[in-house]
Design a protein around this ligand. Structure first.
Ligand code: LIP
Length: 274
């Protein structure tokens, strides 16, 4: 994919497909949520849950993608995984914020990203659709980040002691204890902490200036792929430990001037390990 016109045409097509897939899944999830929704399965612990709607959402999205982009690869949180031949891979979180969804809380989203399989796996397109909030974040590489049709930009870096920091916690008790120890050190040094329950939404809230910064250990690519691009296209820096890309080890996002001291603080306090 070398010709700029070809690149732009591909990005436009991928964005349109991602938006429609997210819209259809969001409609199913918002309007079809059973009143007696329960837990269909658990993963890393008894509180790491999957509902029938996570599975239904991923099935809807993967079927839509197979119809529109049959040669693309797919990686989904609930098991969708197949190689493609097009050089594009979709990364899907059918419900990011599953526990919020299970409890009928509003902060959950459908997160869909499209990335290249060659090179360093650049993400070209990211969509985070939060139906109960009535919000859709989107970003195309090099073309900015939007909340619905409005451009979004990160909030300028405040002094560290005035920063509103988002974070999240894992599903295994030992990791949560370690994460609590890091929060214990951070909380008295910043304005406050927010724990929303959806990494995709948290990253988009950094993009929109609703959080000054965000960090979390233990995320999977489907949690952060789309929100990372939205945050970066809104002017955030993202990464893991100093000098490293964001990963399951550690995800950090924030404006220049706050990203760096937060990243250094987290590294010093071992937020990157259990
Ligand atoms: C969630 C993340 C959240 C994290 C939760 C969970 P899921 O993803 O978005 O940031 O704190 O523990 O991992 O499991 O709802 O797709």
């Amino acid at each position: 994919m070398t010709d700029p016109a070809d690149q732009d045409a591909l990005k436009a097509e991928l964005l349109a497909v991602a938006l429609e897939a997210a819209r259809r899944a969001g409609e199913l999830l918002r309007d079809g949520r059973p009143d007696d929704l329960g837990v269909a399965a658990t993963k890393s612990s008894a509180v790491d849950v999957v509902t029938e709607m996570d599975i239904a959402s991923e099935k809807l999205i993967t079927a839509f993608l197979a119809d529109r982009r049959p040669a693309d690869g797919v990686l989904g949180e609930e098991g969708a995984s197949f190689e493609g031949s097009s050089g594009v891979q979709w990364v899907i979180d059918p419900i990011d914020g599953t526990v919020n969804y299970l409890y009928g809380r509003p902060d959950w989203a459908v997160s869909i990203a499209a990335r290249l399989t060659a090179g360093d796996g650049e993400t070209l397109v990211g969509v985070v659709h939060a139906p109960v909030r009535g919000e859709t974040f989107r970003a195309v590489l090099g073309q900015g980040a939007f909340l619905d049709d409005k451009p979004v930009r990160v909030r300028p870096a405040p002094p560290f002691a005035q920063a509103l920091i988002g974070t999240g916690f894992g599903y295994v008790a030992e990791r949560r204890a370690r994460q609590a120890a890091v929060v214990r050190e951070l909380l008295p040094r910043v304005r406050d902490i927010r724990r929303g329950g959806s990494a995709a939404i948290d990253l988009c809230d950094v993009a929109a200036g609703r959080l000054d910064a965000y960090y979390e250990r233990g995320l999977n690519p489907w949690d952060f792929a789309a929100g990372d691009l939205v945050a970066r296209e809104a002017g955030a820096l993202t990464g893991g430990r100093p000098g490293e890309a964001l990963s399951t080890e550690l995800t950090v996002a924030g404006p220049p001037g706050l990203f760096e001291p937060l990243q250094a603080f987290l590294d010093e306090h071992g937020a990157w390990h259990d």
